[in-house]
Design a protein around this ligand. Structure first.
Ligand SMILES: Nc1ncnc2c1ncn2[C@@H]1O[C@H](COP(=O)(O)OP(=O)(O)OP(=O)(O)O)[C@@H](O)[C@H]1O
Length: 243
């Protein structure tokens, strides 16, 4: 379980970008974070992975407060957290298989990582994940030849190579056409349902959030202004969130 308590972040002293945000996310669920541009969605996601410093509050994954860990222990704990991004963060010149294998670099020694030495088991696992993402025909294709939706599925497979407990997805469908967006969200739903992952996803599309999420958190000016199930999010509240 993910438990966030009183999480706050200021990039500049006079303006909070997150203010005392609480949230809980269970295993096997999708939490969608919505809100207008500048509301603090990316700041929240990056704080969950402790990529931002100088924040306040608690971020507990299975009762371990990530904010209290030493640098070394945080590095280890981060292996439990996969991330996917709006711009995919792939190496375009490398093949799908090579990009997916990069997902296990965090667990390797610096030397093995430098020489990109992967075991037969790791290659087999990467190929299985590529197959699960419907990309077997592209395993040896350079990522630069893929569509946005295909690239995002490579990003998901790469994150799964870490065997994460939680996936943080920062606007993963913002650059995709509606069909690819549905496909990516369906995959995230499957990861929650079948693999029991905690999925936290920043979204601009309220309709997609209500279709796929178990739980919606809305932010505005860094404050939580809604926290509940999709059925409780009424039109008037949506208007207020985006006002
Ligand atoms: N590195 C930074 N330095 C200073 N201020 C920042 C920085 N990053 C974000 N902010 C500010 O923090 C607030 C929240 O930004 P954030 O990117 O988290 O919002 P968001 O909801 O993800 O927006 P969007 O939907 O446009 O991506 C904004 O006012 C933004 O200007």
């Amino acid at each position: 379980m993910l438990t966030v308590t009183a999480l706050s972040k200021r990039y500049t002293p006079d303006k909070p970008s997150l203010e005392a945000v609480d949230l809980q996310a269970d295993v096997g669920t999708i939490t969608a974070v919505i809100g207008p541009s500048g509301a603090g969605k990316t700041t929240l996601l990056r704080s969950l992975n402790q990529l931002l410093k100088d924040d306040e509050g608690q971020v507990c994954l299975d009762d371990v407060d990530l904010r209290q860990l030493s640098k070394r222990d945080l590095q280890k704990a981060r292996r439990n957290i996969g991330m996917i991004f709006q711009n995919y963060n792939l190496i375009d010149a490398l093949t799908v298989l090579e990009n997916v294998l990069h997902g296990c670099l965090g667990a390797k020694s610096t030397l093995a990582g430098m020489f990109a030495h992967y075991t037969a088991e790791e290659k087999q696992e990467a190929l299985k994940l590529i197959d699960e993402m419907g990309l077997s025909d592209f395993a040896y294709t350079a990522c630069k030849h893929l569509s946005g939706g295909q690239k995002q599925r490579v990003g998901i497979a790469r994150a799964l190579m870490q065997h994460p407990k939680m996936m943080l997805c920062d606007e993963p469908i913002a650059s995709l056409d509606p069909k690819s967006a549905q496909m990516v969200m369906t995959i995230l739903r499957r990861l929650a349902d079948d693999k029991g992952l905690i999925v936290v996803v920043n979204l601009h599309q309220v309709d997609i959030a209500t279709e796929f999420a178990d739980h919606i958190v809305a932010l505005n000016h860094g404050r939580k202004v809604f926290d509940g199930v999709p059925a409780d999010l009424q039109a008037a509240q949506i208007q207020a969130i985006y006002a």
